[in-house]
Unconditional design. Structure first.
Lengths: 286, 273
């Protein structure tokens, strides 16, 4: 079970002077249960790619398979694919519209013609999955919540559709550090608890480093590199060349190594850096 | 002339709720200063910015921009021209279909003479490094480029002070670098910069950092003075740069380091001595 792309090409404004090839030669696989991060400069094709995953856009060439079904081949199957692949857009809180949180989250499942009991169950489950106390939050107006809370409600709305793949486009843009931690903490927990596959598009190198198993790096519409965060972030020059960067902790480690510090090259957390630096400093002072 | 370009004098502001969004803030910004304001969502940062720009008027207290009272209706245009504002999403503030026309929009509305407009547009485009893009449609530029166009639009108004409300929230790392470099350069040329941000690595590059929480100013000082208070800053739902956190962790383990390290090079230099 996976999302698999084969030689995808996607073109914007075909037939106009603004024709732009947004994606080309994309061959990637997202396996069931993975936590994958997608990074790339603005305009690198990240958002286009994830819209291809659930058939919101169709490629000009190549194909995408979701659990073996080719996206777009049979229009009737699109509805099922969109249920399997849940997409949380940038600034999803703008999509909230109901008068209560529970009604808003129920909107998707209602459209699936599920029995009321099942809908109620899913709403409760989804809100709890994103860390809310169901009883306390269900009757609140979505518009009285904080930015981070609104966003969690919007994510719950997607989770209530029971997707196998949860795809989030910059879920923390515009949030403060604690809102960021709140969202990522809940997504991480969700991934660990249920077997939902998570694909995270983000500009925050620190957050990608902290949470994902595998990183896909896009540049100018192509896959530039793929690997574990440690593999990817050990290539600072390469990332800077394509408009990205490395977490600050990785640049500290890199500088120290350049100056002769004998520490591991692939450190991504403050904790790990502390331990390694302590070891080296103590070794030097013995 | 007053040494302060912005004077906020015991200001309170509430939207129609009971709570004050800004609850008794006094803050003076010197001409030519680069100030970063940080605080969690809902701490009152954006409200404060809008009070300076006279988009909102204080419920109590006074705000002065270059000595002009923001609640004086007759001064509205002068105030907005002096303190120009750049918002989070560049797509919401670009109005024209060609870059140079977008930048000319402000001065045209002020009735500036055409030759002078031409000069201001060219100067503004050069200042943000976007002159070659002057004939392009803005919607085909990258996020960082669009945000630089938005900044150029404010420059063309000859604003002395630029207020930016999370201008890099939607940008990738290189777009963020572009915007920060541009702000640094403008500040070197004497512009007063007031930057609202959630990125601590941006705040570190300012002359002064103001921390807001619940409508109040909690900390105010140089980046070094502010960020050494790691626990307090975390209490306000914020973060410190990873390098500061690492330094303080090492200090706890008995390594001798200053507690106010905010820069990678600084830490590396001391550790390698």
């Amino acid at each position: 079970m996976s999302i698999r792309t084969e030689n995808i090409k996607y073109i914007y404004s075909e037939g106009t002077p603004f024709r732009t090839v947004a994606l080309e030669d994309i061959n990637i696989t997202i396996n069931k249960g993975e936590f994958v991060g997608i990074i790339g400069h603005t305009g690198s094709g990240k958002s286009t790619l994830i819209q291809l995953f659930n058939g919101l856009e169709l490629p000009a060439e190549g194909k995408i398979e979701v659990d073996g079904t080719t996206v777009g081949e049979d229009k009737k199957k699109l509805k099922l694919i969109r249920q399997t692949v849940g997409l949380v857009f940038q600034y999803p809180e703008y999509q909230l519209f109901e008068e209560t949180v529970a009604k808003d989250v129920a909107f998707g499942p209602m459209n699936l013609n599920l029995p009321q009991e099942e809908i109620d169950f899913r709403v409760k489950e989804a809100l709890e999955l994103v860390g809310f106390n169901y009883k306390k939050i269900k009757d609140a107006s979505p518009f009285d919540l904080s930015g981070g809370q609104k966003r969690r409600v919007a994510i719950a709305g997607i989770l209530a559709m029971k997707p196998d793949y949860l795809i989030l486009d910059e879920p923390t843009a515009g949030l403060d550090p604690s809102g960021r931690n709140e969202i990522f903490g809940q997504i991480k927990k969700l991934h660990d608890k249920s077997n939902v596959t998570v694909v995270l598009v983000s500009h925050s190198m620190e957050d990608i480093a902290k949470f994902v198993d595998r990183v896909i790096v896009l540049s100018k519409g192509k896959v530039h590199m793929q690997g574990t965060p440690k593999e990817i972030y050990s290539q600072a020059e390469e990332l800077e060349k394509i408009g990205l960067g490395i977490p600050q902790i990785a640049s500290i480690v890199k500088e120290l190594r350049n100056r002769g510090f004998n520490i591991k090259p692939d450190i991504l957390t403050v904790e790990e850096a502390k331990d390694e630096i302590l070891k080296e400093v103590r070794r030097r002072h013995v | 002339m007053d040494e302060y370009i912005i004077k906020i004098d015991n200001v309170k502001f509430k939207y129609d709720k009971d709570e004050y969004a800004v609850d008794g803030v006094s803050l003076n910004i010197k001409d030519g200063e680069f100030t970063a304001i940080i605080g969690h969502n809902g701490s009152g940062k954006s409200t404060l910015a809008k009070l300076i720009n006279s988009i909102l008027l204080p419920t109590e207290g006074k705000v002065y921009v270059k000595g002009m009272d923001t609640s004086d209706d007759s001064k509205l245009w002068d105030i907005r021209q002096t303190a120009g504002m750049v918002f989070q999403n560049p797509d919401n503030q670009l109005v024209a279909t060609i870059v140079e026309e977008d930048i000319a929009f402000g001065p045209e509305n002020q009735g500036v003479a055409p030759a002078e407009i031409r000069k201001r547009v060219d100067d503004a485009l050069n200042a943000v490094g976007m002159y070659e893009y002057r004939k392009r449609p803005p919607h085909l530029l990258s996020g960082g480029q669009k945000q630089r166009i938005a900044i150029a639009g404010i420059l063309a108004l000859n604003s002395d002070c630029i207020i930016l409300d999370e201008p890099t929230a939607m940008l990738d790392p290189s777009g963020r670098r572009e915007v920060m470099e541009t702000l640094k350069k403008l500040n070197d040329k004497g512009k007063t910069i007031l930057l609202i941000t959630h990125y601590m690595d941006e705040a570190v590059r300012a002359d002064r950092v103001v921390v807001m929480d619940k409508g109040n100013i909690k900390l105010d000082g140089t980046p070094k003075e502010v960020f050494r208070n790691v626990d307090e800053i975390k209490k306000y739902g914020l973060d410190v740069p990873q390098v500061t956190e690492l330094a303080q962790e090492l200090i706890k383990e008995g390594i001798k380091l200053p507690p106010d390290i905010i820069d990678v090079k600084e830490l590396v230099d001391i550790l390698c001595q």
